[in-house]
Design a protein around this ligand. Structure first.
Ligand code: MG
Length: 263
C-alpha cells in the first residue's frame, strides 16, 4: 500500500480516552509532523469548541492547532449558515455546542419552539429535559427542518460506555416521523469538511478510527483508505475487520505501518 498523503484522525478512543493520551499518540503525531505528512482531527464531539479541544490536547502533551480540528459542532454551524441562513434555530445541546455556535456566529437562535424554523440537536447533556424534547418535537410536528450534529450510539469514557446523542435523534425521528439531516460522522459531509481542511483528496487520504462503522465505513465508501485501531471501542468489533486497510493495536503502531520511523 502506497503511503497516504494525509491522515484524518478520529479523536476519542484513538488519540486519547477521557483526559488520558493513548500509548504512542504523542509520538505518532510527532512522527507525522517530522515526515511532513499533514493530518487533521475529525471528531463528533459537540461538548467542546475547537479552541477548547486544542487546549485539552495541549494539556495532554499533544499540541494541536484549533484550525486543524473539525467537530460535528463546527461542521453543523457551517451547514446551517449555508443551507438555513437567517432561519430561526431551536438548538438543543450542551453548553460547548452553544459556545461553538457563538464562536462561529451568524445563527439566529430562539428559545421558543413555536418560533423555530429549524430544530438542531447537539450532543447529549444532563441539562436536556423532557420539556426541551417536547419543545423540539412540537416544532418538528409544525414543519421545522430537523438537523442533528451527530447520532452516535455511545462513546468510551473512563467509567464505561456513555450514552450518546443517537437516543435523542432516533427518539425524535420515531415520534415525529421526520428524518434528521445528520452532519457529523458517518455522514459524508463531515469527511469532505475534514478533507477540505487537510487539503488532500479522498483517494490520497487515510481515516484512522476506533469504530469501523461510525468512523471508517463512510471513509471507505468515498475512497479513503482506512485504519482501524483496537484502542477505545476498537476491541469490541470483529477481528479481522474486512474493509480495514490497516488493523492496528493502537495509533502508536501507525508510523511504522506507514513506513515512517517513530520519534
Ligand atoms: Mg472514536
Amino acid at each position: 500500500m502506497a503511503a497516504p498523503r494525509g491522515i484524518v484522525f478520529d479523536m476519542e478512543g484513538v488519540l486519547h480516552v477521557g483526559y488520558e493520551p493513548l500509548p504512542g499518540a504523542r509520538e505518532t503525531i510527532a512522527a507525522l509532523d517530522a515526515a511532513g505528512l499533514p493530518h487533521v482531527i475529525l471528531t463528533n464531539t459537540t461538548s467542546k469548541t475547537r479552541a477548547d479541544i486544542a487546549v485539552r490536547l495541549d494539556a495532554m502533551g499533544m499540541p494541536y492547532p484549533a484550525e486543524r480540528i473539525v467537530t460535528a459542532g463546527s461542521a453543523t454551524v457551517a451547514f446551517l449558515q449555508r443551507r438555513h441562513r437567517g432561519r430561526r434555530v431551536l438548538l438543543l445541546a450542551e453548553s460547548g455546542a452553544f459556545a461553538e455556535v457563538a464562536a462561529c456566529g451568524g445563527l439566529n437562535l430562539v428559545d421558543d419552539g413555536r418560533e423555530a424554523e429549524v430544530v438542531c440537536l447537539g450532543g447529549p447533556d444532563e441539562s436536556i429535559t423532557y420539556a426541551h424534547l417536547q419543545e423540539a418535537f412540537r416544532a418538528l410536528m409544525d414543519g421545522a427542518a430537523f438537523v442533528a450534529m451527530q447520532r452516535n450510539r455511545w462513546w468510551p469514557t473512563p467509567a464505561g460506555p456513555g450514552l450518546d446523542a443517537g437516543v435523542f435523534v432516533k427518539g425524535l425521528e420515531y415520534a415525529s416521523g421526520r428524518r434528521a439531516t445528520v452532519i457529523g460522522k458517518p455522514a459524508a459531509g463531515a469527511y469532505r469538511a475534514a478533507l477540505a481542511v487537510l487539503g488532500v483528496k479522498a483517494g490520497d487520504a487515510m481515516m484512522v478510527g476506533d469504530d469501523p462503522v461510525a468512523d471508517l465505513a463512510t471513509a471507505h465508501r468515498i475512497g479513503m483508505r482506512t485504519c482501524l485501531v483496537r484502542s477505545g471501542k476498537g476491541s469490541t468489533f470483529a477481528s479481522p475487520w474486512p474493509t480495514a486497510d490497516l488493523d492496528l493495536p493502537g495509533v502508536g503502531e501507525l508510523p511504522s505501518a506507514l513506513g515512517f520511523s517513530s520519534c
